[in-house]
Design a binder for this molecule. Structure first.
Ligand code: COD
Length: 354
């Protein structure tokens, strides 16, 4: 944002054409090179427009994180090829300043093997035998803004996060939100899936919190009125399929305004959540049907399967983040690509700066 300090913006750099219409614009451009009367908004109005611009691709997500970064990201037990490579890429992109925690000799050796000399010179290294606890402490102090799992088990990290005295609890449920690039509606948009990572068989009350967490992530992406689909295998509510009953109750809560300014509907099967033609064919006219921004799945198996299906069968890149703690937590799996991990770091930075 160097241009900001000079007092004006070059509109094209921020995704707008000079003189193009921006909602809410009412003052004229003050750029010295601009002829009076072009109608281009002043900086403050433009920033408002930028903040509310929807993030609909991973490229835009990385750009936005770059504008917010670089932020300190703790890599926990960092002698790990995938975490180090992702941290290096996020550093190069200007998204993260990695803080590498663990056995520093092992981290250096691994990074050198991988040819990551720039990472070693730019990152902060913390020598510790309890990287999870120390990273959590750095997050409590506000020194790091995102936690990234390295060479340790997810439950080891989460137990440090959930420690009642020294952890990062907020009193809320932690849940994982995955994003992928959906193209079913003829345009690319980021669609969420939650929770395929943490909560095995959430109760109705836990689903309420999963919805709240998802809404927070959707708002970060710029959705002012996010559309959520409560997923099941059918649209018919039946006691023989308990997830349909939960979906119905959650829909009633949304109608009663319990989740604020959102559109939420369920139960919906996958086709009716994502395809307007399918929703129409079944006579469902709710705005969230066929056009969901985020799918709330009934249990970890369905979320995990759906997340892996969009990735491995659908070929989309992904990002995912655990929210509900004091800082966003990234628990990528070993087989995720470096691109996916960098997307997740960007999502973590975006969420941390919300
Ligand atoms: N949010 C907030 N607090 C939680 C959550 C949550 N999602 N889960 C558990 N807690 C709290 C509980 O209230 C309790 O106070 C304490 O943590 C311990 O809870 P337990 O005894 O129910 O659970 P644990 O200790 O056996 O395990 C909790 C984990 C979060 C560590 C566990 O669920 C886990 O390992 N999840 C990760 C699953 C995973 O590996 N996913 C990746 C592939 S799908």
């Amino acid at each position: 944002m160097r241009l900001l300090r000079q007092g004006f913006l070059l509109p094209g750099q921020l995704g707008f054409e000079h003189g193009s219409a921006v909602p809410g614009a009412f003052e004229h451009c003050d750029a010295p090179h601009c002829k009076a009367g072009c109608g281009w908004p002043t900086i403050s109005i433009m920033l408002t427009a930028i903040e509310t611009q929807l993030i609909s691709t991973f490229t835009t997500l990385l750009d936005r994180a770059r504008q917010l970064g670089p932020r300190r990201v703790a890599v926990i037990v960092a002698d790990d090829e995938v975490a180090l490579t992702a941290a290096d890429r996020a550093l190069q992109l200007g998204i993260a300043v990695p803080v590498l925690l663990g056995n520093v000799a092992a981290i250096r050796a691994r990074a050198e093997e991988l040819g990551l000399a720039d990472l070693l010179s730019a990152a902060e290294l913390v020598d510790t035998t309890d990287a999870a606890a120390d990273a959590v402490q750095l997050a409590r102090e506000g020194y790091v803004e995102v936690l990234l799992k390295g060479h340790l088990r997810t439950d080891e990290l989460l137990h440090a996060v959930l420690n009642k005295n020294t952890g990062l609890r907020t009193g809320r449920l932690l849940s994982d939100v995955l994003l992928y690039e959906d193209t079913l509606a003829g345009e690319t948009r980021l669609v969420g899936i939650t929770d395929g990572g943490l909560n095995v068989l959430p109760t109705l009350e836990q689903k309420q919190q999963i919805v709240e967490n998802a809404i927070e992530v959707m708002r970060c992406l710029g959705h002012s009125r996010p559309k959520l689909a409560i997923m099941s295998a059918t649209e018919a509510v039946s006691a023989s399929l308990p997830s349909t009953e939960d979906a119905f109750r959650l829909t009633q809560m949304a109608e009663a305004g319990e989740f604020g300014d959102i559109e939420m509907f369920g139960p919906l099967a996958l086709d009716c959540a994502l395809l307007e033609s399918a929703a129409r064919a079944k006579g469902i006219t709710h705005p969230a049907a066929g056009r969901a921004d985020c799918m709330i799945v009934p249990n970890i198996e369905s979320g995990n399967l759906l997340g892996k299906a969009v990735k491995y069968l659908g070929g989309s890149q992904c990002a995912h983040v655990v929210v509900g703690a004091k800082v966003p937590i990234l628990i990528p799996s070993r087989v995720e690509s470096v691109d996916d991990k960098v997307n997740s770091i960007a999502l973590g930075v975006l969420f941390a700066r919300r």
